[in-house]
Design a protein around this ligand. Structure first.
Ligand code: FES
Length: 106
């Protein structure tokens, strides 16, 4: 699925991320700066924080209790559209997703 990662200065990087990855893994493997993924996707570090583009019609999986808790520990302020990108599985259904990378993760 095509995923666009927008850096804090607005520069977009669009990657074709294979199914079976997470949005976090796609960024790390694809060299997107600003998504760290320190815990490897275990929902333990919150360094994969992203802001999901709100203009998008894509439906994402609901925020789990663990993700919700961790979203209170992000380096940049949590917003309504905050997600942990390791908790977003890449499928055809999220083709075209756009996420904004926060200024910092730690
Ligand atoms: Fe650690 Fe997402 S990679 S919480």
């Amino acid at each position: 699925a095509r995923i666009t990662y927008r850096s804090p200065d607005g520069t977009p990087t669009t990657l074709d991320v294979p199914e079976g990855n997470s949005v976090m893994r796609g960024a790390v493997v694809g060299g997107v700066e600003g998504i760290v993924g320190e815990c490897g996707g275990g929902a333990m570090c919150a360094t994969c924080h992203v802001y999901v583009d709100q203009g998008s019609p894509i439906t994402l999986p609901a925020v789990s209790d663990i993700e919700d808790e961790l979203l209170y520990t992000t380096a940049c302020p949590r917003r309504e559209n905050s997600r942990l990108s390791c908790q977003l599985p890449v499928t055809d259904a999220i083709d075209g997703l756009v996420v904004d990378v926060p200024e910092r993760q730690v």
